[in-house]
Design a protein around this ligand. Structure first.
Ligand code: ADP
Ligand code: MG
Length: 290
């Protein structure tokens, strides 16, 4: 078994107004592809921010490749981890290619001659071209990022992260603006990078059914806590999901892989309302853990 690449040890974190994450412990082995699921506001984005040291308050330990994250310089961290954020306002009028080239920043030489090599070395430019190719945006490389659809912008951010050549990718709802074709392409690409290069992947997604076709493991967050950590079949059970998402669901098996597929049941077809749905108390999570 490979050593853990990322370790969270009893992490509690927040924004300075109460804790948004509480007592999280898990680890990700190098080369693993893990999905992060959970309702809106459950702490998924906060978890990614904790790992990348963007939170004002954090107790507990986060280790990357055996070393506490706070001991890395920003530049060192960016060579290990790349983030595909949920949405980013890009205020300047950069071209697609310029944004992707920013991913090379942590690798650029710091020699006094470096500014003379405009746009990086031949190697840097090749990495940028490859990243654009992999997300299918070579044809749009000179286009301003302000003239793109939401889905195209999402793929630019992925290409920038690939150009960073990290060992681990953290993605925050990377498929939310994509059509079904591009959703499948995105997950296929993540899976290829994971298999070919051993890239570790931690992907937050509400595309539950697609995610579990690709990941070997799922972390389920609810109200800032990690309530389940296991294989898709262990985590995506009817009782767990009904308790966490407060809605009736049915679980069917994927005809391709047998992975669990979640079908929300519309209220008019639900067998009975969930207890406490309208009230303030939550039904207890089965298994006693949460
Ligand atoms: P998710 O990504 O699962 O939808 P978030 O991690 O964004 O959830 O949010 C978790 C909790 O942290 C929520 O209660 C949210 O209101 C709070 N939160 C998120 N971002 C901030 C912020 N910048 N400042 C203060 N609280 C925040
Ligand atoms: Mg979020």
């Amino acid at each position: 078994m490979a050593p853990p690449f990322l370790v969270l040890d009893n992490v509690t974190a927040g924004y300075g107004q109460g804790w948004a994450l509480r007592n999280l412990s898990f680890s990700v082995v190098a080369g693993e592809m893990v999905g992060v699921l959970g309702p809106n506001g459950s702490g998924k984005s906060t978890l990614l921010r904790a790992i990348t040291r963007m939170l004002p308050e954090l107790v507990g330990r986060i280790l990357l490749d055996g070393r506490p994250v706070q001991r890395y310089s920003r530049r060192e961290l960016a060579r290990l981890l790349a983030v595909v954020p949920q949405e980013t306002a890009i205020s300047f009028d950069f071209s697609v290619e310029e944004i992707v080239a920013m991913g090379r920043e942590p690798h650029l030489s710091r020699s006094p001659l470096a500014p003379l090599i405009k746009g990086g070395t031949v190697g840097d430019r090749r990495v940028v071209a490859e990243a654009l190719e992999r997300v299918g945006l070579s044809g749009l490389r000179r286009r301003s990022v302000h003239e793109l659809s939401g889905g195209e912008r999402q793929r630019v951010l992925l290409a920038r992260a690939l150009a960073q050549q990290p060992q681990m990718l953290l993605l925050d709802e990377p498929s939310s603006h994509l059509d079904i074709n591009h959703k499948v392409e995105l997950f296929d690409l993540l899976s290829q990078l994971n298999h070919e290069r051993g890239l570790s992947v931690l992907v937050v997604s509400h595309d539950v059914n697609l995610t579990v076709e690709y990941v070997s493991r799922v972390l389920l967050l609810d109200d800032g806590r990690l309530v389940r950590d296991g294989s898709p079949a262990e985590v995506l059970t009817k009782s767990t999901l009904e308790a966490v998402y407060r809605t009736r669901v049915e679980i069917l098996d994927s005809p391709w892989s047998g992975a669990p597929q979640v079908w929300p049941i519309p209220h008019q077809h639900a067998p009975s309302p969930l207890p406490g749905k309208e009230g303030c108390h939550r039904s207890p999570l089965p298994g006693g853990e949460g």
